[in-house]
Design a protein around this ligand. Structure first.
Ligand SMILES: *Cc1c(COP(=O)(O)O)cnc(C)c1O
Length: 712
């Protein structure tokens, strides 16, 4: 099996290795490497939305000849490539040092979406971001991870907001040749194809490889001419609602995923199923074991030792269930190879309450090592799945907690990273999961941190205006829409960010509960406040879309004076601007439905305090000095909870933000910013998270059977 980086014949020999750099996403979280492509051709860098592969395709021979003789550029290139080589070959990393002897074979990581970079838009939200941050951190730590997912030729969707506030979903084909995807080939140069039986059909998938530092992500693609009938539109997109189709995709992800790994020659010792979507991987592992002559019970024992499962949501609808009949039909030809009766296999996933086949239950039954994604979520999950362990007390249910974290090099604003270099210490990035180094954040002079924050805020507002201007130039938007897109935002005003998927439990409209009070807060002439919203609703989620429409209607309505704005097309790029450029990060999920949330962690890392419901990560992250906690009304009355939010704004956030000294610096506010960084940067990093996965769940110490809860 092999992949080949395409030739770029116009690239001068002196800089020919830029192609290698372009095809490894390592460049995306290394500022010097980004600088290489930025300097290569700044206009193209911007016009391709930071896509080096596309740049190499478009760049003019004149520019290449010129830049290949620019000694400054060559010096930068050489040093970046030297670091790149060192990064890829070094064995001086945490994992090799602490676990190297144990781990000779890789950990396979299954996920339905990966948000590595915007040039491969195969993600919808938090799950994809987490998966990508996991791959990057595994690469940094030297954990031998190999990831498996899907290539969706139309990605998720692009979002447009119409004049009436309705969300329009646009689907655009992604051209793989303009992405860093490499086709996986057989030795004879033909494409590797893997077959998966689904009902009466056999579906074939081709495989793409996306290299993320040391970690490869293999993406299955079913949209190939070898499939008859050809794949339909649904298979081009992430998360189709149609259950029959969704099940097909999950069969491909789980069963196809294992087969792809085998075809590539991998023998992972751990199969980490990130979310239940890939639970059927367990069936394939059982089939392999059955083929080698083992019985059912034996097979289950062996599989338990190999599977790690992470559950991601306490929201019921977030757990895929299928009618038993549908699963039965889809596996029609599979049972014969499993040996024992199909009832026992079907029973593994059966939900005794609904009778349906649940992917989460299947995964829980086949994984000896399981976790939720924050302390609170672990606890909620133990209650939620207690019935699977009727003999145990609720707190003995073997689902541990490993709180999510974010990839620090990806999410720290480069401008702030320079301050951290200077004051937290040159080694801060190397040691960023050590909480003690962050004490030094208090050595950053107030005026420097404030100045840097204002710079990032200006960048955000410029970005919003640029986007709005582009829409205005399309000549199809009204002036009301323009206000809604944020053209009246004020760079001096206290700016609150609220960006997330428009799922109803996230309660985006909570802040609109008392419009009169909100109006008074926003329109205060001396201490104005503004809120920037962003987020997509799933195209089939009518209540989510209705909430979004209500938000946009408020944004474009004159009564709020242009102090509410909606930023279209929330994606990783928009998220970067928001979590680095607003003053406060607001989050109002209905507890206990937020499993973790990671956007608030990104904000805190950039010195932006959270004002959030005590749910998910904030339940353990809030310490009384690093932001604000929203108290939930005990009777579940949203309007009463909203009153609590207005009160925090009126009595704490606004006065503190506007209390300035003679230089215009809000000293107390800056202290909260520093405390936000100090208390969260290490603890809520992907590095801390992944070390926990490695030590608690990937550990090679054989699992002690299904029964033993591990220490939290
Ligand atoms: C971080 C991130 C998310 C997840 O954040 P939540 O706090 O779970 O909402 C979703 N979408 C994008 C684009 C992100 O960057």
């Amino acid at each position: 099996m092999k992949t080949e980086i395409p030739e770029f014949p116009q690239l001068p020999a002196r800089i020919a290795r830029l192609a290698e750099l372009a095809y490894n996403l390592w460049w995306s979280w290394n500022p010097d490497a980004r600088e290489v492509f930025r300097r290569l051709d700044y206009t193209l860098w911007r016009n391709t939305h930071h896509n080096p592969v596309h740049m190499l395709d478009l760049i003019s021979p004149e520019r290449l000849t010129f830049i290949a003789e620019d000694s400054q550029f060559l010096k930068l290139c050489d040093s970046v490539l030297a670091r790149f080589d060192q990064y890829l070959s070094s064995t001086l990393n945490w994992f090799t040092k602490s676990h190297g002897e144990l781990h000779k074979s890789p950990i396979a990581y299954f996920c339905a979406e990966f948000a590595v970079h915007n040039c491969i838009p195969i993600y919808s939200g938090g799950l994809g971001l987490l998966a990508a941050d996991t791959c990057k951190e595994a690469s940094d730590l030297g954990i031998p991870l190999v990831a498996i997912g899907f290539f969706y030729p139309q990605g998720y969707f692009r979002q447009r907001i119409e004049a009436d506030g309705r969300q329009k979903a646009l689907y655009e084909a992604v051209n793989p040749e303009r992405t860093p995807l490499l086709s996986v080939l057989n030795d004879d140069g033909s494409r590797l194809l893997v077959s998966v039986p689904v009902g009466e059909r056999t579906i074939k998938v081709a495989v793409w490889k996306l290299q993320v530092g040391r970690v490869p992500i293999y993406l299955m693609d079913r949209n190939i001419p070898e499939n008859d009938p050809p794949a339909n539109d649904l298979s081009m997109r992430l998360y189709a609602a149609d259950p029959y189709f969704r099940l097909q995709q999950e069969i491909l992800l789980g069963i196809g995923g294992v087969r792809v790994l085998r075809a590539l020659g991998y023998t992972p010792t751990v199969f980490h199923l990130n979310e239940g979507h890939a639970a059927l991987a367990g069936f394939e592992l059982l089939r392999e074991i059955a083929q080698s002559g083992s019985g059912f019970e034996d097979g289950i024992e062996k599989v338990l030792d190999q599977i790690v499962f992470t559950t991601h949501t306490p929201v019921k609808a977030g757990h895929d269930e299928y009618p038993l009949q549908m699963v039965e039909e889809s596996f029609h030809r599979f049972w014969a190879e499993l040996g024992l009766g199909r009832e026992r296999y079907l029973g593994l996933g059966q939900d005794s309450n609904t009778g349906a086949f649940s992917m989460t239950i299947l995964a829980l039954r086949l994984a000896a090592r399981t976790n939720g994604v924050s302390k609170k979520h672990g606890e909620v999950s133990r209650g939620m799945w207690h019935s699977l362990w009727p003999d145990k007390k609720v707190d003995e249910v073997p689902i541990i907690s490993i709180t999510n974290g974010v990839h620090v090099p990806t999410w720290t604003a480069p401008e702030l990273a320079r301050l951290y270099d200077q004051f937290v210490g040159a080694e801060w990035l190397q040691q960023h999961d050590d909480p003690s180094i962050w004490e030094r954040v208090f050595e950053i002079p107030d005026e420097k941190l404030w100045e840097t924050h204002l710079l990032l805020k200006r960048k955000l507002l410029n970005f919003i205006r640029k986007r709005a201007r582009r829409r205005w130039l399309e000549q199809s938007v009204s002036s009301g829409q323009m206000v809604g897109f944020g053209v009246l935002l004020n760079p001096e005003a206290l700016t609150i960010g609220f960006a997330r998927r428009f799922a109803t439990y996230k309660r985006a409209t909570l802040i609109l509960s008392d419009r009169e009070r909100l109006k008074r807060i926003l329109r205060d002439p001396w201490k104005p406040v503004q809120i920037i919203f962003a987020g997509k609703a799933h195209p089939d989620d009518e209540p989510g879309k209705a909430q979004l429409q209500q938000i946009f209607e408020a944004c474009s309505s004159p009564e709020f004076g242009g102090r509410l704005a909606f930023l279209e097309e929330y994606d990783k790029h928009v998220a970067h601007h928001l979590v680095q450029g607003v003053d406060v990060w607001l989050n109002t999920p209905r507890p206990p439905q937020e499993a973790s949330g990671t956007s608030g962690q990104k904000a805190a890392l950039n010195g932006i305090p959270n004002c959030s419901a005590l749910d998910g990560w904030w339940w353990e992250g809030y310490n009384g000095m690093n932001g604000w906690a929203i108290e939930e009304d005990p009777g579940g009355d949203d309007a009463a909870t909203a009153n609590g939010v207005y009160e925090i704004l009126e009595e704490q956030i606004i006065p503190t933000f506007y209390a300035r000294d003679a230089q215009g610096i809000p000293g107390e506010w800056v202290r909260i910013m520093k405390e936000a960084i100090r208390s969260t940067a290490a603890v809520f990093s992907a590095r801390r998270m992944l070390k926990e996965y490695a030590e608690k769940l990937y550990s090679f110490v054989p699992a002690r059977g299904h029964g033993d809860a591990e220490e939290n």
